[in-house]
Ligand binder design. Structure first.
Ligand code: UD1
Length: 431
């Protein structure tokens, strides 16, 4: 298994191109199941999760061709995917694939809406929490589907004549359930209103793509989505929005290592809360013509207290990265995780580098230390692993991160992007 080795202490200077958002690319690819026509997606990042979803969608009969990077001269433009689901040949999403990536459960809505039935494996638990799918099922039932759980699979059957629009009030904000119901509702009969919908920008991106495909959706970007169903969607061309989590991750990395970096292609409006938190730590953040410039030259790191919240609050997907930065703050910070109950696996690993973190329930108290020292650590999930990279950039000596396949799920060319800015980081490829 590959490892990543970092020798800390180098400042970061230069430009980091920001890729297309993983969390938008995945549901956008799934949205292609809603139409027999061709959906073209530009700026798709080359990530393990994207490749795995491509395999899953091909199982359902999707035809996918990819134009390589060379077709896109801009450094932060990813690949162009052409997706055609002329016929859905298989309405089952098998356990072996869904268990490897939770977002693949979101094929449920589109397949059910288009084919009248779907059989999708329950995703199972994952490292950051139990992550149930009750809200997804609640939404499908409200649209008239009959839902049965059989042998670990959700078996969903639409009523005669197809799904019917409904008013759905989610008791809790869920990104996945919002995506799933939104996509299904575009092909339901009549109007669907989703209240307490997640407002994450990736949902807006998917909604805008659905509108290009012929859907009628009001309230994009708000917590009430109003969808007028149609019997058929068309093909479209859509560009995936920039990855706000990758943006925030590199912004925190620059704050941690010190230096001056432009995050090109980044969009500040996608992560105002995270960037204003970063500014409070004493890092300068400025919008530029081409993206965002992050600078920390000299000066200490001010401690801050944050709790994670659905968008527009501080994102749970940046919690581990912020914690890594706070391990070197001049004082004590408090971070409360309100979205996932077990998203603190990075704490033990950061402790191996010398961090001083106390955990009480959903709250971590981080006392800044004068120095971190490199060590062997283990990547446990996507965002936790990148927090170890940030800590490694600050630590004295060598840090080796094992199990980096977690990083490859969500960060495109991470070592390259950082080493071009002066980081001493390399991938140790196993034989
Ligand atoms: C998505 C993101 C993930 C991010 C998360 C929260 C993608 C591919 N993944 O995950 O990176 O960390 O949003 O911003 O976009 N819940 C239920 N019942 C449900 C569904 C969710 O109780 O049916 C709970 C979850 O356990 C969690 C909370 O709701 O506590 C939020 O989860 P959700 O927003 O659904 O996360 P995902 O869509 O899985």
């Amino acid at each position: 298994m590959d490892r990543i080795s970092i020798v800390g202490g180098q400042r970061l200077n230069g430009t980091i191109p920001i890729s297309g958002a993983k969390n938008a690319a995945l549901p956008l690819m799934i949205a292609s199941l809603l139409t027999p026509e061709r959906l073209t997606l530009k700026n798709v990042p080359n990530l393990a999760d994207v490749n795995l979803l491509a395999r899953i969608l091909r199982n359902h009969g999707l035809d996918l061709t990819i134009d390589g990077k060379r077709a896109n001269p801009s450094p932060h433009m990813g690949e162009t995917f052409h997706l055609s689901a002329r016929d859905i040949v298989d309405t089952t999403a098998p356990y072996e694939l869904v268990a490897r990536m939770r977002a693949s459960f979101w094929v449920l809505g589109p397949i059910l809406a288009r084919c009248g039935r779907a059989r999708v494996s329950l995703p199972g638990g994952c490292a950051i929490g139990t992550r149930p799918v009750d809200l997804h099922l609640m939404g499908m039932k409200a649209l008239g589907a009959d839902i049965d759980i059989d042998g670990g699979y959700v078996v969903a059957v639409a009523p005669k004549g197809g799904l019917r629009g409904a008013r759905i009030i989610f008791p809790k904000v869920s990104v996945g359930a919002t995506h799933n119901v939104l996509m299904a509702a575009t092909l339901a009969k009549g109007e669907t209103v989703i209240e307490n919908a997640a407002r994450e920008p990736e949902i807006g991106d998917v909604a805008e793509c659905l509108v290009k495909m012929g859907a009628t959706i009001e309230g994009i970007g708000t917590s009430t989505l109003r969808i007028q169903g149609t019997s058929r969607l068309e093909g479209a061309v859509h560009t995936v929005l920039p990855d706000r989590i990758e943006t925030g991750t590199y912004a925190f990395a620059v704050a941690a290592a010190g230096g001056d970096v432009e995050l090109s292609g980044a969009r500040k409006s996608l992560l105002e809360t995270a960037l204003s938190a970063l500014a409070q730590t004493g890092t300068s953040v400025a919008e530029t013509k081409g993206g965002i410039r992050v600078t920390r030259n000299g000066g200490g790191i001010e401690p801050i207290s944050i709790e994670t919240q659905p968008f527009p609050g501080f994102p749970t997907d940046l919690q581990a990265q912020l914690m890594a930065l706070m391990t070197r703050a001049d004082g004590t910070s408090v971070i409360r995780e309100t979205i996932f109950e077990n998203r603190f696996m990075h704490v033990q690993e950061l402790a191996r580098l010398g961090a001083d973190i106390q955990l009480h329930g959903d709250t971590a108290t981080i006392k800044g230390v004068r120095q971190l020292r490199g060590a062997q650590v283990m990547a446990t999930d996507l965002r936790a692993s990148v927090s170890l990279v940030i800590a490694g950039l600050m630590a004295e000596g060598q840090t080796t991160i094992n199990r980096v396949y977690h990083l490859d799920r969500g960060f495109e060319r991470l070592e390259q992007k950082l080493s071009r800015c002066g980081a001493n980081i390399e991938r140790l490829v196993s034989a």
